[in-house]
Each structure stands twice: as structure tokens, then as C-alpha cells.
Design a binder for this molecule. Structure first.
Ligand SMILES: N[C@@H](CCC(=O)N[C@@H](CS)C(=O)NCC(=O)O)C(=O)O
Length: 230
């Protein structure tokens, strides 16, 4: 019998989105429970050792935490496999999924900068991490459009949420960085167009992300359209 999955989330969480992309790409049914980050319920704290999302509840019994562990678990237990068959390629994929936390902290640092000076300093760090991914894509030996080629992988699921947040940021304040990395830009475009990524969040994710900037009073909030602030 198929397992019943419940993903515990905050509406804009990119790490939950990573797990949701895996579930969507595999066409595995799941429910999602949005928790208020400012008022995390006791039942959630009891199953989430760091009080963070995502948590994946399986059949109402077992709970898994950490997006990478959840993605790997889902790939081991549900078809089709998103990891490559070849062990060397698979190890390289895992090495690049490890790098996503560095990539994410650089991108997120810019998004949540608290002054113009801070924003400029944080965006200045983006080219170095973008260049690394662009070089990794150059070694792919095919035209993609995904990290390994025509099939979406766990690497794609890991990076898509952060490339999407970068895109949201760039729509508010054009920083003109990704255009300098054409392979990365093309990868970003393919990820954002993919049905699994599109279905992995609430449909109004960009507006929700704007609300989050306003709530957290970050510098970028000044570029949020007035309609979002209303
Ligand atoms: N390494 C974790 C990161 C998860 C994470 O940072 N989630 C954020 C929401 S996007 C969170 O729960 N933050 C709450 C907190 O830090 O207290 C993962 O990959 O699952």
C-alpha cells in the first residue's frame, strides 16, 4: 500500500520546496500543512528536533527532518529514481547538493540584506557561487536542460528554490548577475518552467515572498509594489 505523506511547511520555505519538487516530479501524492513560523505548535516541536521545516510525516507515524535526508529517502523508496544510475555521477551529484547550503546562504544573504550597503556587499558575493555552478554545468557534456541532462535530478530540486528566490529579487532590483553565466541562466529558466517546480509552492509564491520581506523589514521591501503591501 502506498504511504501517506504530510509535509510540514512555512509558506515561503525554499527547503520545503526542495522536498515538494521531488514529490511532484515523482507524481507522489502528499498533503501539506502550513505552520505559522511565529507560533509553532507543540506537536510540531515534538517531531522537529530543530523546530525547522521541512518535516515529512509518513503514515502519521514516522517523521523525517532535513530536506536533503527527506529527498534521499524519497528517492530510495519511490519511483522513478531521480539520482543517476552511475555511481560516479551520483557521487558528483551528492557533492553538488552539499554545496547548496553555501549557495543558499549567499543568495539569501542578499535577499535579506538590511541596508543598501549591506545589499551591495552581499550581492558582490553572488558571482563566485554562480561561476561554480556554471562551470559544473559546462562539464555536463550535453545541452541539458537540467543539471545532468534531460531528466530532473535531486540537484535540480535542491537549487531550483534558490534560483527562483534570486529571480524574485532581481525582478525587484535588477542586479544583472545571472546574465553573465549563460549556462546557469538557461538552467534557471528550465527549472522555473518545469511542471514540478511550478507545482511545488503555493501559486502566489512571489507575492508571499514579498509579504515576507515586508514582515521582516528588509531593505528590498522598498521595491515591493504597493499592491503587495496593501
Ligand atoms: N538544513 C535545513 C534548513 C531548513 C530551514 O532552515 N528551514 C527554515 C524555514 S525556510 C526554518 O525552519 N527556520 C526556522 C528557524 O530557523 O527557527 C534543511 O535543509 O531542511
Amino acid at each position: 500500500m502506498a504511504s501517506k505523506y504530510l509535509l510540514c511547511s512555512f509558506v515561503t520555505c525554499p527547503w520545503v520546496q526542495r522536498a515538494a519538487i521531488v514529490l511532484q516530479e515523482k507524481k507522489v501524492a502528499y498533503d501539506i500543512n502550513y505552520i505559522d513560523p511565529d507560533n509553532r505548535p507543540d506537536w510540531f516541536r515534538a517531531i522537529s528536533p530543530h523546530a525547522k521545516v521541512p518535516v515529512l510525516q509518513i503514515d502519521g507515524k514516522t517523521a523525517l527532518f532535513e530536506s536533503n535526508a527527506i529527498a534521499e529517502y524519497l528517492d530510495e523508496t519511490t519511483a522513478p529514481k531521480l539520482h543517476p544510475e552511475d555511481p560516479i555521477l551520483r557521487a558528483r551529484n551528492r557533492a553538488w547538493t552539499d554545496y547548496v547550503s553555501t549557495f543558499a546562504s549567499v543568495v539569501t544573504g542578499a535577499l535579506y540584506a538590511d541596508s543598501e550597503e549591506d545589499f551591495n556587499a552581499k550581492t558582490a558575493k553572488i558571482p563566485a557561487v554562480f561561476a561554480k555552478l556554471d562551470e559544473a554545468l559546462a562539464l555536463r557534456g550535453n545541452d541539458g536542460p537540467f543539471f545532468n541532462g534531460p531528466k530532473l535530478s535531486l540537484v535540480d530540486a535542491a537549487y531550483a528554490p534558490f534560483l527562483q528566490r534570486y529571480t524574485f529579487m532581481n525582478r525587484l532590483k535588477d542586479v544583472g548577475i545571472i546574465e553573465k553565466y549563460p549556462r546557469l541562466a538557461a538552467w534557471r529558466d528550465a527549472l522555473l518552467a518545469s511542471p514540478a517546480v511550478k507545482a511545488s509552492t503555493v501559486p502566489v509564491i512571489e507575492a508571499e515572498w514579498h509579504k515576507n520581506l515586508l514582515k521582516r523589514k528588509r531593505w528590498l521591501q522598498k521595491f515591493v509594489p504597493e499592491s503587495a503591501a496593501a
